[in-house]
Structures are given as C-alpha cells and as structure tokens.
Design a protein around this ligand. Structure first.
Ligand code: ADE
Length: 528
C-alpha cells in the first residue's frame, strides 16, 4: 500500500511538474463544474467514476485533461489501464480525444481486483484523490514527503532496535541451539565438525569457543543419535539417567518421560544460555527429541563423571583437608558463576539461580573438583525488564534442602537475590555433608543427609518447616571440628550460609574468596 501510494504520487507529481508539448489542436469537453458546462482542452477530455465517501453513491466527474497535467503528454498514464489491489477505494477514468463533448457519454466502470483490462481506465488508491484539473501538486508533494519521512523513520527505528538486541545478545540467544536461527540445517555443513577423529571436547571447543552456548542443533542431533545406551545409573522424578557411549567416549544421558517435556526443554534451554559453560557446571553436550512413532524420546546428553554424584561419593569415601576444600571451593566457584550476571556488548550471561542444589545434583570429577548439574528448575533474571523468567512456584526443589523462607513461603519472589540466598542456604548444608567426611588422623563422621536426626526420610514440607523455621534447628557441628583449623573455618562458613535471615547470608562470590584463602593457607594446588 505504501509502495503503491509512493509510485502513484511520484507519477502524478512528475506529471504536474514536467513541461508538456501539446498535440497542436484544441477540443471542447463536457465539464460538469464549469460555468457554461464546457471547457477547452489542448489534449483530452475525460470522465471519472468514484464512490462518494459520504453518500456511498457512484458519482461521475466530467473534465478537461490538459497536457500540462498529464504525463506523457501524448498518451497520459492517468488514461492508461492498470491493475490495482481491491484493497484500494475504486476510482476509474476514461479519456477521449475523438471530438467535442466526446466524454459526455463516457461512464467508466469501477474495477475490482485484476479486472482492469479495458482501455483507458485507472484505479487510484483513494476516492479523495482527484486527477485532471482538480489535481493538486501540493497534495502530491505532501504525500511524497510524508511517505519518505515515514520510511526514513522506520529505518531509523530498525537500526535502533538492531543495536539494542545486539547489546542483549544473551537474551536473544537464550533458547540456544535448539532454536538458533543461524544453525545450518544442511548435514554437509556439520561434517567437518563431526570428523571421525574429533573428540567431544574438540567438537565443543570448535563450535562454542566464543559464546559457550551449545552446539548447533544438527550436530547435537547427530551426536545423540550415534549414542549407545550401556547401563542405567540413576532414576529421578523426571525419568532415568544412563551411561552411554559415543565413539568410545562415555556420556551421561538423561531420558525424560514424555510428560516431563517441559522439564527437558527447560533444562536444555538453561544449559544453552550464552557463556554458561564453566569447569564447575556440568558440561552440556546435546538435547534431542526423537519420535519413535509411539512416544517421543527426550534426551539430554552431558559429560559423564565416573565418580558419580557427590552424594554417591561421600556415601562411600572420605576426603582429606585438601580434598574437602577443593570440593567446597569448586562448588562455590560454580555457584558464583551461575549467580553472576555478565554484561557485554557481544555476549553476556544472565544471573541464574539453581533452586535445587543438593549433593545428589553435584558431580565429582576425577580430579576431585565438582560440577553442578540438574539445572531443570533454574530461573534467570532479565535485567532489561527486571523480570524473573518463570511463572515461579516458589516451593519447588527438594524439601530437605529448602531454605526457611521457602518453607514458610515468606520468600520475596520479586527480588532475584532471594533465590540466590536460598541457594546459599542449601550450599551450607552441602558443606556440612562434605566436612563430616573429612578424614583427619583417621577420624571422620559417617555420611548423613542434613537433618537426618530431626526429620524422617522423605520429610514433608510441614516437618521441615517445624524443624527449620519454628525450631530454628540446623545441622549439628561435631566437637572435633573446633580443634582443626580447616574444619573450624568450614563450620564458620556454613553457619554464615544458613542464617535464618536470608539477607545476612554470605554470597557465593564471598564464599569462593574465603575458601580460596583457606585453600592458599592449606597450600592447595590447583587441580590438574
Ligand atoms: N549421574 C547423574 N548424572 C551423571 C553424570 N553426568 N555422570 C555420572 N553419573 C551421573
């Protein structure tokens, strides 16, 4: 519509301004508006048909068409036939130059879409527009200038919008490789990436070096579909976890049941947040949804860690002081990264809260450091509109690890820091689980879950609330910890993580720094 208006305006305004040559003879035309019902033209007579805007009746105008207002002068465009959209208000013109009053009996027909084959008829975009001697050069110019200004304005807005989205790239890329528009869907393009000698690490390094936001969709799908499932290694509320093999490498495959599609999608989405890749966050490899005809298989493929979860590890093994600090420092480093918002012009990362931190959701690597996994309940904070991205049900997660403000529902859900503080509370409980297993001189405590002595297994929210909120109980600190500096330091940190007053708790970043200092004093070497 805009383009058509522009073209029509240009034609008419050009015709109004171009010096014309006359045909050299004059003709008398019937003119309904003229004093003696006639006008003299050195070009054409015309009759136009239009629908009156007010009366909705068909009206005819009879006028002269002088070459000074027609272009080209010999066969004016306004008399030529053209097709136009039926969206336009119909307006038809028929010209003649066969003799005096030749237009008196002309009755141009109004056209609907694509009917404008008959000669001498034109549909113009608005019934308000007049041609011939009523045509106003000023009006044409105003429309022309107005249209141009509008187009320029739209371009400027487009440029501003592009600049804005560039500055908030993490947000746009958040859905990640599952839906990335720049993913090539051509399998040929994926071949060099999936070359026979490339390991998973090579592939990830090749494709995610800058943003750390995940592999392209087709690479993810190709990898997932080459995996052989070997053995089941865990079961959860979402489905099962399997050890799988991809070209001789172990991978962990979390298989979601069909009704957990939202959890699968959410976890894949969070893992593919730009710049999330980190040594202390479980490494994401691929997400795939495969329809086998009967149901949809939903896979989430991650790094495999043969030590299993921190819960598995601590249940059967002890750690020394260095191992304890290494584990605690790596978990707080991972959490600090998750919680941190990174602002950048090219890529940035939103602040993310985990909301289900516990020893079963942390993996132990071969070098004794840990990686935080199970991001399915995570939420992130949108710094642009100040919104937390989920319709949040505040009481999600594992009841045993719920912070007091989550248990009694006093948590301020509009304040993103509240979710981070609830994570820190859970981190304090995890430190307690680790520290109990710290073997100093052959002495250590048996493995126990937090509150093992105060609530039954699989406690209800009410049981937890009574213990944690009403009774203000916290896990007990064994006496032996007080006489060992590192254990004493750990007990101090965990107490500052599980304050009833969420605002008084340490931040993950503060914990990371404190433990790094403790590690330095214990002479911890960085893991190899
Ligand atoms: N159990 C759950 N996730 C796992 C993983 N990624 N590696 C090993 N064991 C796991």
């Amino acid at each position: 519509m805009l383009v058509w208006t522009l073209v029509a305006t240009l034609l008419l305004s050009v015709s109004a301004q171009t010096p014309q040559t006359t045909k050299g003879k004059t003709i008398t035309c019937f003119c309904d508006k003229c004093a003696n019902l006639e006008c003299v033209s050195d070009g054409y007579c015309y009759t136009s048909t239009r629908i009156d805007k007010e009366t909705k009746q068909i009206e005819h105008d009879f006028r002269c068409l002088n070459p000074s207002l027609s272009h080209p002068p010999v066969k004016p465009l306004v008399c030529a036939s053209t097709s136009a959209s039926a969206n336009f208000m119909p307006f038809a013109v028929e010209c003649c130059d066969s003799g005096d009053y030749c237009n008196k009996h002309l009755r141009p027909l109004l056209h609907s879409k694509n009917q404008s084959g008959a000669g001498g008829k034109l549909i113009i975009s608005s019934a308000d527009e007049k041609i011939g001697d009523d045509l106003s050069t000023d009006t044409s110019l105003i429309i022309f200038v107005g249209t141009t200004v509008l187009v320029v304005l739209l371009l400027v807005l487009l440029v501003i919008y592009c600049g804005w989205t560039r500055n908030h790239k993490w947000k746009k890329q958040r859905p990640g490789a599952l839906f990335k528009s720049n993913d090539s869907m051509d399998p040929q393009d994926q071949q060099p990436i999936l070359g026979v000698n490339n390991t998973l690490r090579d592939i990830i390094d090749m494709t995610t070096s800058g943003s750390g936001s995940g592999l392209p969709l087709l690479v993810q799908r190709s990898i997932a579909r080459q995996i052989q499932l070997v053995e089941i290694i865990g079961k959860g509320r979402f489905g099962e976890v399997w050890r799988g093999r991809w070209r001789g490498e172990n991978v962990a495959v979390k298989i979601f049941s069909s009704r957990e599609e939202r959890s699968w999608f959410r976890e894949a989405e969070i893992y593919q947040t730009v710049m999330l890749r980190h040594d202390n966050i479980l490494g994401f490899i691929a997400a795939d949804n495969k329809d086998n005809g009967t149901w949809t298989q939903l896979w989430l493929v991650t790094d495999f860690h043969e030590n299993g979860s921190l819960f598995d590890y601590l249940s059967t093994r002890t750690v020394d002081i260095v191992g304890m600090i290494r584990m605690a420092l790596s978990i707080s480093t991972g959490l600090a990264h998750l919680h941190m918002e990174i602002v950048g012009t090219q890529a940035g990362k939103p602040a993310i809260a985990h909301r289900d931190l516990k020893s079963k959701n942390i993996l132990v690597k071969l070098n004794g450091t840990c990686a935080i996994g199970d991001l399915g309940l995570a939420v992130h904070y949108d710094d642009v509109d100040g919104k937390i991205d989920l319709a949040t049900n505040s009481r999600v997660g594992t009841k045993r690890y719920m912070a007091p403000e989550v248990l009694d529902e006093s948590i301020c859900e509009n304040h993103f820091d509240s979710f981070k503080r609830a994570d820190v509370y859970a981190l304090g409980l995890i430190f307690w689980e680790i520290t109990r297993r710290c073997n100093v001189g052959g002495i250590y405590d048996e493995y126990q879950l937090p509150y093992y002595d105060l609530v039954p297994s699989d406690p209800t929210i009410e049981e937890m609330r009574k213990t944690v909120c009403e009774g203000r109980h916290r896990p007990s600190i064994p006496n032996r910890w007080q006489s060992i500096d590192a254990l004493n330091a750990m007990s101090k940190v965990m107490k500052e993580c599980w304050y009833h007053n969420a605002a008084a708790r340490l931040t993950a970043l503060r914990i990371k720094k404190t433990l790094a200092n403790l590690g330095a004093s214990e002479d911890i070497k960085p893991p190899q």
